[in-house]
Design a protein around this ligand. Structure first.
Ligand code: HDE
Length: 685
């Protein structure tokens, strides 16, 4: 770049890491001085005191002491990956946004999934909302779509966010509970905030215990604007739909997964990408105009409401593919700085009072977290397109402008100028009115969509919601809080309120809370249910095969082949990680030892045991729990004849049902076919 033509920096977005150097390279200090001894500090005499002049030691320890940055105040635990967005159906009719113009064009992305309440080291299967934040590195700047896996939110106005989060996180005096909302403070706040009731239905549903990031939806939540070249605006809501369908775990599984593998979700994402099984979502938009917004019974600016897909269908416009893991967790996943304020020409905000508040918060929080105003110099945050501006200096300035003029206008003929034609212009919405702290009357209905969500669930899902409420409220020590929650449930569904009251052992049913607006009866929306839209594929799932010595290798091969052909991953489990020997002396390697591989880690299981093997498994507690849990969790199970005869009765008190398959010579295919149903629901009904 010529010295005098611009003040911008050169090149960004290249590789984000420095290599540690190979064994042939000499270790150095930060400033490049070769190090002769990395084992011992500098001392006086053999056993004498350390010397302050030991810069090699001081620099090493100083840097170590400062390795941590503040964790995110919310969404602290997260996992990132890189990939691309490919446009399949241009939106040029509605927006001038560059990434939505040309069919087939790919835009680089960075995605970070997260839980909300837990600290950075908390377990992945906490019952919690999942963050779904996407940074698109477009040709006209970075666009951050910072969404969640639930399309609505707890509160309507950003003013209440600190209260919500304080109430949800560990209680301040005792510092627990970690990563869970099952405590008094959370439910106290919630029960005093009827606007949270719709979100409460979602967080008590199976949506908050997803099988992994790959099996959940994502939502931009707020209403945004698309703006075309002529300045015309259309409202839009963004949706991500997982290619492999929706799937959740059961609560009992979640509790056990957290112990067996607290990294279950991040490991799943890492493994899938490393295996070339790239996670994929479709991007969909719900677009609507002012007339629809005016006729819709709720306010489209209210983030506690959604627009049913049956009312405004989701138009699929592209796909998101995650095909690269990060090179360095800290550099990318930890340092990535999402901001709702990062939008591009053709996309604009709406007046949603939650979104408006977020636009301040995200910029502010990055300054605290990343330590200075130059966090966009960090490669994961830097745009991939050219950028030119006069901002300079500050902590850790990595890209320093060159040239004499650092102001605009200047008569040196240096530096960039604004461009009224191509530059971002805000949609010129007419605004007016008195300045007041107020909640619009159109935001006052708090129960109708909560009810719609509940009545849209299948019976199993409804039971799970009731159980989750009973579980969480049973952890509340203050009886008034439990009763207050039930008083809201009465406005959502009388049956649900009754079930929860019974589960809590409430002796007197409380009065229903007085709604600010009467509940409007709505049609069920099947799109809100996970089970109403089964994926019908076993692709991307995991089959755990427990094997013993002396099995018939043909059974193993047939099963592995059928599962792999269905797109599933096979994990072999044995008494010892060294593996087993078949009846013909062939070695089958094991991936896991039985104690470390409970069946909650798999979507379906098979037990391939010889007669001796079945007897051995029958005497092993972890093996018995493996099978008993798989049955209790409604999993499809396949067994060899000896496993069915000698192991099953010792592990499972019930008789095998239609979800249990025998692995005779043709059994593998029908078993794997059934696995596409994910669970044998009859057993759980
Ligand atoms: Fe966030 N949120 N949020 N949030 N949020 C943050 O920003 C905030 C909200 C979401 O992987 C913070 O960089 C306010 C809704 C995700 O790095 C912070 C309000 C939705 C992530 C913040 C909300 C989200 C965050 C903390 C109410 C779904 C993780 C660290 C007005 C649409 C991004 C950070 C990542 C993170 C503030 C509500 C999603 C403090 C004030 C609604 C996915 O800025």
């Amino acid at each position: 770049m010529a010295k005098d033509d611009t003040r911008t920096d050169h090149g960004t977005g290249g590789e984000t890491h420095q290599t540690a150097g190979g064994p042939h390279e000499t270790m150095t200090t930060q400033v490049g001085m070769p190090v002769s001894d990395d084992q011992n500090t500098l001392k006086v005499g053999d056993r004498g005191p350390h010397l302050l002049e030991d810069q090699v030691f001081r620099e090493k320890i100083f840097h170590f002491d400062h390795e941590r940055i503040p964790e995110r105040v919310v969404h602290a635990r997260g996992y990132g990956a890189r990939g691309y967005f490919e446009l399949t159906d241009p939106l040029s009719d509605l927006t001038r946004a560059d990434l939505f113009q040309r069919k087939g064009e790919k835009t680089e992305v960075f995605v970070r999934f997260s839980t909300v309440a837990g600290n950075k080291g908390s377990a992945d299967l906490a019952r919690d909302v999942r963050g779904f934040a996407v940074k698109f590195y477009t040709k006209e700047g970075n666009w951050d779509l910072v969404g969640n896996n639930i399309p609505v939110f707890f509160i309507q106005d950003a003013m209440k966010f600190p209260d919500l989060i304080h109430a949800a996180k560990q209680e301040p005096d005792r510092g627990f509970p970690q990563a869970q909302t099952a405590h008094d403070n959370f439910w106290d706040f919630i029960s005093l905030m009827p606007e949270s009731m719709h979100m409460v239905m979602w967080i008590m549903s199976d949506r908050t215990i997803p099988r992994s990031f790959r099996f959940m939806e994502g939502f931009g939540v707020h209403t945004f604007r698309l703006v075309d070249g002529a300045g015309k605006s259309t409202f839009v809501k963004f949706h991500w739909k997982p290619k492999l369908g929706l799937q959740s775990v059961l609560w009992d599984e979640a509790v056990k997964i957290n112990g067996a593998d607290p990294d279950f979700h991040r490991r799943d994402l890492w493994d899938a990408i490393q295996m070339g099984d790239f996670p994929e979502w479709e991007l969909g938009v719900q677009v609507f105009d002012d007339a629809f917004a005016d006729s819709f019974p709720f306010d489209v600016l209210d983030a506690t409401k959604l627009i049913p897909e049956e009312d405004v269908p989701v138009r699929i416009v592209g796909r998101l593919v995650l095909d690269r893991v990060v090179d360095n967790f800290f550099a990318e996943t930890e340092q990535v700085a999402f901001q709702t304020g990062n939008i591009v020409p053709g996309i604009d905000h709406s007046n949603d009072p939650l979104l408006q508040g977020r636009n301040f918060s995200y910029l502010d929080t990055q300054l605290k977290r990343l330590g200075g105003p130059n966090f966009n110099h960090i490669p994961v945050n830097a745009p991939r397109c050219p950028f030119h501006h006069f901002q300079q200096d500050g902590h850790m300035a990595m890209h320093n402008p060159v040239g004499r003029a650092n102001y605009e206008p200047n008569s040196h003929g240096l530096g960039p100028r604004e461009n009224p034609e191509t530059g971002f212009t805000s949609y010129p919405a007419e605004e007016g009115g008195a300045k007041r702290r107020i909640r619009a009357e159109s935001f006052a209905d708090h129960y109708s969509q909560a009810r719609q969500f509940y009545i849209s669930q299948t019976a199993i899902e409804q039971a799970n919601i009731a159980n989750a409420l009973v579980f969480e409220l049973s952890k509340c020590e203050i009886p008034e809080i439990r009763a207050r929650v039930v008083s809201h449930l009465l406005n959502i569904d009388a049956g649900l309120a009754e079930e929860v009251a019974t589960g809590l052992g409430l002796t007197d049913m409380p009065e229903a809370a007085t709604p600010a607006k009467p509940v409007v009866e709505t049609e069920p929306s099947p799109a809100l249910s996970i089970l109403a839209q089964p994926p019908g594929t076993f692709e991307g799932r995991k089959l755990g095969i427990l094997v013993t010595d002396g099995i018939d290798g043909k059974h193993f091969d047939a099963l592995k082949k059928a599962a792999t052909e269905a797109g599933a991953q096979v994990v072999v489990i044995a008494k010892a990680v060294g593996g087993v020997e078949t009846n013909r002396g062939r070695r089958i390697e094991a991936d896991e030892k039985i104690d470390g591989a409970p069946s909650v880690l798999y979507d379906a299981v098979a037990v391939l045991a010889s007669e001796d093997g079945a007897a051995m498994l029958a005497g092993m507690h972890p093996a018995r729990t493996f099978l008993a849990d798989a049955f209790a969790h409604g999993k499809f199970i396949a067994l060899t004849a000896p496993a069915a005869a000698a192991f099953w009765p010792k592990a499972v008190p019930e008789e095998p049902d239609g979800g249990v398959f025998s692995l005779d010579d043709s059994g593998a295919a029908s078993f794997v076919e059934a696995c596409a149903g994910l669970r044998f629901w009859d057993r759980l009904a």
